[in-house]
Design a protein around this ligand. Structure first.
Ligand SMILES: [Cu+2]
Length: 157
């Protein structure tokens, strides 16, 4: 009987997951800046269209999905949504759709991995990581290696 109980505990998932593979990145935050932005590639390996309901990052007060729009030569940000069709990829890039972190409690450092959480509209919840590049980072920092950037290995709080 005891063995059955133990097996049951082991097979219960520690955390729900989703079918979306996320390769996320952000720029390090310069001193005195309390906002940061997450970009990255969302790859939906599942058979269901996936829409982000909420993003949580313990190191920030709020995380919001923004879209950058240009009107009469001025750019501003409006609410956006992350909707990844089944079997497709969706990319968040500088100047476009992004996840805005407001009220970042301690500066994001270059060459770090930070954990965050995505809650999908269908109830799937998954832990993910984003990696940080330099202040002017424009692509996933792994690409920066060949340009002399740091190799990302450090897990930061
Ligand atoms: Cu924004």
């Amino acid at each position: 009987m005891r063995i059955c109980v133990v097996l049951l505990l082991v097979t219960l998932p520690l955390f729900a997951k989703s079918d979306v593979v996320v390769e996320a990145w952000a720029r390090a935050t310069p001193p005195g800046v309390s906002n940061a932005v997450i970009y990255g590639l969302f790859d939906n390996k599942g058979a269901e269209e996936m829409r982000v309901a909420e993003i949580k990052f313990a190191g920030a007060k709020h995380a919001m999905i923004h879209r950058t729009v240009e009107e009469e030569g001025m750019t501003r940000m409006v609410h956006g949504e992350i909707l990844v069709p089944a079997g497709e990829r969706y990319e968040l890039t500088p100047g476009g759709l992004h996840v805005m972190l407001m009220g970042v409690s301690s500066a994001l450092e270059q060459g770090c991995r930070y954990q965050f959480q995505i809650i999908w509209e269908n109830g799937d919840t998954a832990n993910h990581e984003f990696v940080t590049g330099g202040y002017g980072q424009m692509v996933f920092p792994a690409d920066a290696k060949s340009l002399g950037g740091d190799i990302v290995t450090r897990l930061c709080p």
